[in-house]
Design a protein around this ligand. Structure first.
Ligand code: 4UU
Length: 560
């Protein structure tokens, strides 16, 4: 049985993402005013107008080709926190025929090098405090430091910390000042099938193993924007012309889709936060009269619990979309009843170019996530047998549609294991659908752990743990922390016989392991769920870690 969206299917234009966005900007009445800001920096108040956005994007695109020497298909890594110029970096690369690989700015050098190498990046765009690490990572990955560009306009002071004089992305602008008012015509890729070329390489661990490059084509990205736009309009909660919070990271598929692409189609202004800070966020809601916020559950929780919430006038905020991890139903209700803010859930994957399910206006049950995006088809499949299930039967969710990735980069085995013979993608999530077409996600079959919406791949931490001199074997699972409304990674380790504990207490050994991991990985991957020493890691006869045994143990003895 195949489940369909209650919304009519969309027609996906056969055009590259940049041309699509430029066309839609031209048709969007909110952009008639060239001075209207696309982005406002929530800290400094600096603005990027739609006119400058279009100008810089087109000019830099030309410079990528003629000055930097980018050839279509080249990968450009963007290593930056949220920034008013992030979209300029991204669209200029796309317009020049390049592929963007956004990197988590919280990554350590080791993690950055991994993504640079796995994506085959030829250029890097970065800035500020990240420039030295971007430069070192470039050297380590074999990328010329001449190919590391700064993201800020030339007027911005050069960061003290960098010993290399980097070229500036804005120096790629060739246009004379007089050309600034005309939004330059988009550069189209050559060849009819160009819209099926890769546009982005975001990274995701998928159902198993380490993080992999997700090949998202122009067609996929045009599709998802078209689908979400149609859905929001259909439910009468399009945020056309509104002011939106820009707190979700732009490098992650969720933020990328709604705050770098969809916002342009809907004529929105984004108030950009480089780093999330609750009081600052609330001040910005007040100052800029933010109306709509895409968030993740831990932020919604912090907000609902904040003792000084009353001190802020957040009356402009009328809608919160929470996504990337489950939101406790009581939390959504609380904000709705106390503050009159509509809260809806959204579910998506990097592999589906973002949103698959979203709450409807009339979604009553707060346990339900919502219904399928237009043009997305779904199956619920019995685990183990692969038998398709009907309504109200629990199994793994499979999805198909124009927004589903092409596959994993240079990894045909993983790609093959993720799609079934009819082109449905395995989500690795467990749930069911009711008779009204509402989907519920109740469990996760895949290994992935989500800390505050960020991906943590157990396989990566396990590979790291066995590099610790005292660890012989390791397994990592996620345990839910209700106080923080998030999962946290926890490790189970078997110590080496020779080193054992070296006369130290168990606590000293586990604390050392926690510190060791923390020194190697981004903040969100730290072993916040602790380390437990065990005699052996439960494994199947084929040597696979039986995570369900560990999860069951947590369920029996509690998370702490
Ligand atoms: C329970 O998390 C994402 C993308 C989320 C997204 C995107 C656009 C949400 C709303 C939106 O508008 O991608 P990944 O690849 O980092 O993680 C995917 C996994 C899912 O397989 C599922 O296990 O994250 C989990 N997940 C959720 N779980 C994502 N959203 C939800 C959710 N409830 N709402």
């Amino acid at each position: 049985m195949i489940f369909q969206s209650p919304h009519p299917p969309v027609k996906v234009p056969s055009v590259d993402l940049y041309s699509f966005i430029v066309q839609r900007i031209r048709n969007q009445a909110y952009w008639n005013d060239p001075e209207r800001p696309v982005y406002i920096d929530g800290d400094s108040g600096a603005k990027l107008t739609i006119r400058d956005f279009l100008h810089y994007t087109a000019e830099i695109a030309a410079g990528w080709q003629s000055i930097a020497g980018l050839v279509p298909g080249d990968v450009v890594a963007v290593l930056s926190p949220n920034d008013i110029y992030y979209g300029v970096a991204s669209f200029s690369v796309l317009a020049a025929g390049g592929v963007v690989s956004p990197i988590n700015p919280g990554y350590t050098q080791r993690e950055i090098v991994y993504q640079l190498q796995a994506s085959g990046a030829r250029f890097i765009v970065s800035d500020g405090e990240l420039l030295p690490i971007a430069t070192d990572a470039a050297r380590e990955a074999g990328i010329s430091v001449k190919h590391v560009y700064r993201l800020q306009p030339a007027t911005a002071p050069s960061p003290q910390s960098s010993s290399v004089a980097h070229q500036n992305l804005f120096d790629l602008c060739q246009g004379a000042p007089a050309a600034r008012t005309a939004a330059t015509a988009p550069i189209r890729h050559s060849g009819d099938e160009s819209h099926h070329a890769p546009a982005y390489l975001c990274f995701s661990s998928g159902t198993t193993g380490k993080s992999k490059g997700v090949v998202t084509t122009h067609f996929n990205m045009v599709a998802i924007v078209t689908q979400v736009d149609a859905f929001l309009r259909g439910e009468d909660y399009a945020h056309t012309g509104q002011v939106l919070a820009g707190v979700l990271p732009f490098y992650h598929i969720y933020g990328l889709n709604v705050l770098v692409h969809l916002n342009l189609v809907q004529g929105c202004t984004i108030v950009v936060a480089r780093k999330f800070d609750l009081p600052k966020f609330l001040c910005n809601i007040e100052t800029y009269r933010i109306q709509f916020a895409y968030l993740v559950p831990p932020i919604v929780l912090n907000m609902a619990r904040y003792s000084r919430l009353q001190d802020h006038d957040i009356s402009s905020l009328n809608f919160i979309m929470s996504g990337a991890a489950p939101i406790p139903a009581s939390l959504a209700r609380d904000l709705e009843t106390r503050h009159g803010i509509t809260v809806r859930d959204a579910y998506g994957l990097t592999e589906s170019s973002s949103i698959l399910l979203m709450g409807r206006r009339d979604t009553q049950d707060p346990e339900a996530i919502g219904v399928l995006m237009p043009s997305v088809e779904a199956r619920i499949v019995e685990t183990g047998t692969g038998r398709p299930l009907g309504p109200n039967q629990t199994g793994e969710l499979f999805v198909r549609g124009p927004n589903i990735m092409k596959g994993y980069l240079n990894n045909p085995e993983a790609t093959e294991a993720t799609f079934d013979s009819e082109g449905f993608l395995r989500t690795g999530d467990i749930g069911h659908v009711d008779r009204t077409g509402h989907f519920y996600i109740t469990d996760r079959l895949k290994e992935l752990i989500k800390y505050k919406g960020f991906q943590v791949a157990p396989a990566e931490l396990e590979a790291l743990l066995v590099c610790h001199p005292h660890v012989r074997d390791a397994a990592v699972i996620g345990v839910y922390n209700p106080q923080q409304a998030t999962e946290v990674p926890r490790a189970y380790v078997v110590l080496t016989e020779r080193n054992g504990r070296d006369g130290r207490t168990e606590r000293e050994v586990t604390e050392d392991i926690v510190r060791f991991v923390a020194s190697q990985v981004a903040n969100h991957k730290k072993l916040r769920g602790g380390v437990e020493i065990v005699r052996e890691i439960p494994k199947s006869t084929s040597g696979k870690i039986m995570r369900q045994v560990l999860r069951k143990r947590v369920a029996e003895v509690g998370a702490s």
